[in-house]
Ligand binder design. Structure first.
Ligand SMILES: [Zn+2]
Length: 497
């Protein structure tokens, strides 16, 4: 941002015409709820299970089968509403959304049309901008049609009836970065609340984007829906591509090329979008009330109970880590990126009594090891040691039993063997050596033939002694107490040589 402007300019200035185009972006996110059973029957759901094994007469739409609402799904949905600051409706109902597709045996999806269980709410971005939610509704997932088997289409109904919440934002975003940040924040909240694992690779979080552009000062134009976005990065790339495509289309002046209301599929390999179908309007689905599920009132006590079960949310934790522990905004952000990581950090702080070092060892040491392909553990849930062990490591460094650099070796050993830091230090003889006699003999060895350094130090450039630290640390396999080594080196040079 240039220091002379008070607010960052929004939009994209066309190189061709100089027109400033303002993008308008809204997101619809479908998220599978982590319930034991499906939304209207008692089937379990497990990603990757053998096709059509997790089904029953209800989710395969056998004649006469009746849906029964899963109370746990409703509870999780209400908890999400609370976490997003949304209003839970006093009365809600389900509707049939009618369309035909081979993965939808009923010929309709049970969803919510005009009386969703929740309206309003939103997510606040780091800039302070609020991305508002229009609504969140509950619905069932469809099955899965698999088209890539030659001339066959296979249908797996395991996913049919899995509970989803669909959250719809207002078109409040203007850049792909805002969309990315919104999605990241939403995902964090859904995971903190325990509503979903939000694993895009397993399809438990799916995102559709609506994008339009208009010249600054003019009204909104036709929006285009983008689908098939299976990572947040794809969402970002697809939005950028689509903004560019729409501006080019308008600036061509050829009305036949202007964006039309349609759904486009994003192809991540070519980074382009192509028409999938013209977008349906709500009336195309002929929504009508689901006759097998009566409208119902949400008991305020039930809603209140769900709210009371909310954990401290990521934004609140970030703020607290900065005020209570004096961490930087960056470190607070890293440590709260998942609830498991934040919990691990807090336990380590409690056990070590050292928030800064706990943050440092986790944000740098633990996370660096987790992202190393040579390490088996991939997330904090898979760590082969506990917060207790990390607190012990922090203590060993703090009381100078081991040097900080040796601490890193010990941490690596903890990842590799799951052994306690004390045990690793003992087995590998890593304890810091402060014994004067031993240190002195390493120092004398290191001084042999180092006349230039010796001369420099004698001339008053005591910093030159740093060149001897490496050899001493090497000779001691990192176990020498560096402060003492420096003192001894200076003493020998200044008094004996
Ligand atoms: Zn079922």
């Amino acid at each position: 941002m240039s220091p002379t402007t008070s607010a960052p300019a929004i939009g994209v200035v066309s190189k061709k015409t100089g027109v400033r185009w303002i993008p308008v972006i809204g997101l619809e996110v479908h998220c599978q709820l982590k319930t034991e059973t499906k939304l209207f029957c008692s089937c379990r759901y497990e990603f990757g299970a053998s096709p059509n094994t997790l089904t029953c007469p209800v989710c395969t739409a056998q004649p006469g089968a009746l849906p029964v609402l899963n109370r746990e799904a409703l509870a999780l949905a209400v908890r999400v509403a609370g976490a997003l600051g949304a209003d839970v409706a006093a009365r809600t109902k389900f509707d049939r959304k009618n369309y035909f597709y081979c993965d939808l045996p009923k010929g309709y999806q049970i969803s919510q049309y005009d009386q969703p269980f929740c309206t309003g709410g939103g997510v606040t971005l780091a800039s302070g901008k609020r991305v508002r939610l229009v609504r969140i509704h509950l619905e069932e997932d469809a099955g899965k049609a698999i088209h890539d088997r030659g001339d066959m289409t296979l249908v797996d109904l395991n996913r049919a009836g899995v509970p989803l919440i669909e959250s719809v934002t207002h078109a409040d975003m203007q850049t792909s970065d805002e969309a990315y940040e919104y999605l990241t924040a939403l995902k964090e909240i859904l995971q903190y609340v325990g509503a979903s694992d939000c694993d895009m690779e397993k399809g438990s979080l799916r995102c559709d984007v609506n994008v339009s552009v208009h010249p600054e000062g003019e009204g909104w134009r036709t929006k285009v829906e983008l689908k098939n976005l299976n990572s947040f990065k794809n969402v970002k790339d697809a939005i950028e591509h689509e903004i560019e495509r729409q501006i080019e289309a308008y600036e061509s002046g050829d009305k036949s090329k202007f964006p039309v209301q349609e759904t486009r599929l994003y192809d991540a390999t070519t980074q382009t979008t192509r028409t999938m179908r013209s977008k349906e309007d709500a009336h195309d689905y002929r929504y009508f009330p689901e006759p097998d599920l009566v409208p119902f009132h949400l008991d305020p006590a039930f809603v209140e109970k769900q709210r009371s079960m909310l954990p401290e949310l990521p934004a609140a934790r970030r703020a607290r880590y900065q005020s209570q522990f004096g961490l930087s905004a960056y470190d607070a952000g890293v440590l709260t990126s998942s609830r498991a990581l934040a919990d691990f950090f807090e336990t380590t702080v409690k056990l070590s009594g050292n928030p800064k070092e706990s943050a440092n060892w986790i944000a740098n040491g633990v996370l660096a090891n987790l992202s190393d392909p040579a390490i088996t553990a991939k997330s904090v849930d898979e760590l082969p040691f506990r917060a207790h062990d990390l607190a012990e490591l922090i203590e060993l460094v703090a009381n100078q039993t081991i040097h900080n650099n040796v601490g890193r070796t010990v941490l690596r050993g903890m990842f590799e063997s799951g052994k306690s830091p004390r045990q690793i230090v003992k087995e590998q003889g890593l304890e810091q050596v402060s014994d004067e006699g031993q240190l002195e003999s390493w120092c004398r060895e290191a001084l042999v033939g180092k006349d230039k350094v010796i001369a420099d130090v004698k001339a008053g450039k005591t910093k030159a002694v740093a060149a001897l630290m490496g050899p001493v640390m090497k000779a001691s396999k990192g176990s020498a107490n560096p402060q003492k080594v420096q003192e001894i080196l200076l003493r020998i040079i200044q008094t004996e040589l």
